[in-house]
Write a protein that binds this ligand. Structure first.
Ligand code: URA
Length: 188
């Protein structure tokens, strides 16, 4: 069932389905074009995101902005969100029960935006969406199609900041995304 954005944001704001909501400043539902053909899904908000209530606005977010620009798009044209909408303490990865509690919101977002391509940023996003068998170093760059949506697992921008040698592979993955966009008639 489709609900309105306002209702979903109200539900996220009021959500206490897991412990992550106990120690946060803001929920971070995600933002961008509600009709985007291209969606980016990360792991969970960090400190900057928690303070601003916006996804990917810190250092990793600035790199994500450049990655989006590299494929000829702007942040306003795409939709950006996370597996969990509350910051996990010390930036740890969300636990399975936290990801499961938050998944209905992400499903709702995907259902409303109806993206044609979803870029999964990092192992956490890729594994919670595509399954536990995913190994990001092995499976990045390989398209997975599910119900007509194309998923591209790639490195998280924070991983690229930690290890510059991964940038080459990430660039390769982004070029594949740009190519797929052309094939699907998303952007010239
Ligand atoms: N890392 C993420 O996975 N998501 C954000 O929003 C910021 C950093």
């Amino acid at each position: 069932m489709e609900i309105s954005w306002d209702l979903m944001h109200e539900q996220i704001a009021a959500c206490e389905k897991c412990e992550l909501c106990r120690n946060i400043h803001n929920k971070v539902p995600g933002q961008g074009n509600p009709e985007a053909d291209l969606m980016f899904i990360g792991e969970g908000p960090g400190a900057d995101e928690d303070l601003q209530g916006l996804a990917f606005v810190g250092r990793a977010g600035q790199l994500l902005t450049k990655m989006i620009a590299a494929i000829g798009m702007t942040r306003e044209e795409v939709f950006i969100c996370n597996i969990v909408k509350c910051r996990p303490p010390q930036n740890r990865a969300p636990f399975p029960e936290e990801a499961a509690a938050c998944m209905p919101y992400l499903r709702c977002q995907v259902g409303m935006v109806k993206p044609k391509i979803i870029v999964l940023l990092g192992a956490t996003a890729a594994r919670y969406i595509l399954g536990d068998h995913i190994r990001i170093t092995r499976d990045r760059g390989i398209w997975v199609e599910k119900k007509g949506v194309f998923f591209m697992p790639t490195y998280h921008p924070a991983a690229l900041l930690r290890d510059e040698s991964k940038k080459r592979d990430a660039w390769h993955d982004l070029q594949a995304v740009q190519q797929k966009m052309k094939e699907l008639g998303i952007k010239e």
